[in-house]
Design a protein around this ligand. Structure first.
Ligand SMILES: *Cc1c(COP(=O)(O)O)cnc(C)c1O
Length: 411
């Protein structure tokens, strides 16, 4: 693949968002006035960067040499046999440096920050995966790095907190509200307003104000660029279905993107069903959300009658967020991307299933996609192909998964 083809802008699929960052009625720039200038500066800088072959080459080289791309496309024969039905392939984003797809986006944004002359990076993190990827890349580029993380998440993901600190990042705990991702994003935005002159905010998913949903999507597009070529090489055809889990939506939009204009390919996003589809017990925005504005963009949001954001729950911290990326809301309403959910128990079952059948421990987030992908395969003919995006590895989750399954790990 030529480096300059990574982020072209002329194809029809790139016509959303429009110049105002709108995906139909979704997206936009719903931010305080003080953030408008930095966001417009960022939009302009990104637009120039992606037209610059030197930037494209630096990004492509880092993906190969630092992140470990391309990731494999793996025929999961034992999982296929277990589920019974269609052939299951896994796109192995779990093999990337720092353990998940997140590094694709962080590399792109860090290169952009360097290009813009920023010396300091801030980021939010939920499960700690985005914070870990950001800390790693900042260490590599010699950038000062501050990570905001909810205090509850810091307890749930203590290992990732240590990892970030080991790589030189400062991790700041956030005690407000539910003490999770939403509050960490608020703190990061507050920091950015204050320090915007020397600071770039590396947002971790395809969410927030324009240009983030577009930019993060573009940096993850590599997933489907690769999988499409790999699938044609392996099977001489495209998959019938692509399945990915959806938190903010970055691994999903990256793994769907090149298939959006292939009408024969079904695209399914899997949200967190939590304990039950009841207020405060889940994070399935398409199962209980309504149109609203949160943290920079208009989208489907879990909220009460007064527009107050509802509490969420998922066994996986990375899917535990009240709103979904605007591009997913757009394609949901167009009927191009379907949405399903897997509950906590189905997730934990899939976590064990993939470990036992294939010797691959998936992230709890990715386990949602495995759970639903297995169902789709079971219902499909043997001649069909289901491609599941394995967004990350489960090493980080072993502790909390064991606890959720009633096992105490004693050290
Ligand atoms: C963060 C994370 C997710 C959820 O984020 P998206 O932006 O929706 O992809 C999913 N899987 C893994 C492994 C993650 O670390």
């Amino acid at each position: 693949m030529s480096a300059s083809s990574l982020i072209p802008t002329t194809e029809p699929r790139f016509q959303v968002p429009d110049v105002h960052g709108r995906f139909g009625q979704f997206g936009g720039m719903y931010v305080p006035e003080t953030l408008m200038t930095p966001l417009l500066d960022l939009t302009k800088a990104y637009d120039e960067a992606r037209r610059d072959p030197a930037f494209q080459k630096a990004y492509a080289d880092m993906l190969v040499e630092y992140a470990g791309r391309p990731t494999g496309l793996y025929y999961a024969e034992a999982l296929t046999k277990h589920c019974g039905g269609s052939k299951i392939y896994l796109k192995r984003e779990d093999m990337l440096h720092t353990g998940a797809h997140k590094i694709n986006n962080v590399i792109g944004q860090a290169l952009l920050a360097v290009r813009m002359g920023k010396k300091r990076i801030i980021a939010e993190t939920g499960a700690g995966q985005h914070g870990t990827a950001t800390a790693a890349v900042c260490a590599r580029f010699g950038l000062k790095c501050v990570i905001y993380m909810g205090a509850t998440d810091m307890e749930r993901q203590a290992l990732n907190v240590y990892r970030m600190r080991l790589m030189g990042a400062e991790v700041r705990g956030v005690e407000a509200g539910q003490r999770t991702l939403k509050e960490a994003v608020n703190e990061a935005m507050r920091d950015w307003v204050t320090n915007v002159r020397d600071t770039h905010y590396i947002l971790g998913t395809a969410y927030g104000s324009h240009p983030y949903p577009m930019m993060v999507r573009d940096f993850h597009r590599i997933i489907s660029l690769e999988s499409k070529q790999q699938m044609i090489r392996a099977e001489d055809r495209l998959p019938d279905t692509v399945v990915a889990c959806v938190g903010g939506g970055s691994n999903a939009i990256g793994s769907f993107f090149e298939y959006l204009d292939e009408p024969g390919v079904q695209l399914i996003g899997v949200e967190a069903g939590g304990r039950a589809i009841k207020t405060g017990e889940h994070a399935a925005r398409f199962a209980g959300g309504r149109l609203g504005v949160l943290q920079g963009c208009m989208t489907h949001i879990l909220q009460d009658g007064e527009g107050q954001i509802e509490g969420t729950h998922s066994v996986s911290a990375g899917l535990d967020y009240a709103a979904v990326g605007p591009e997913h809301a757009y394609y949901h309403d167009k009927g191009r991307i379907e949405f399903a959910y897997a509950n906590d128990q189905e997730c934990l079952d899939a976590f064990q299933l993939l470990s036992r059948t294939e010797g691959i421990i998936p992230a709890l987030e990715s386990s949602h996609a495995i759970a639903h992908g297995c169902k789709v395969a079971a219902d499909g003919p043997r001649t069909n192909i289901v491609l599941i995006n394995l967004s990350g590895r489960g090493d980080k989750d072993v502790w909390s998964a064991a606890r959720a399954m009633g096992v105490e790990i004693k050290l």
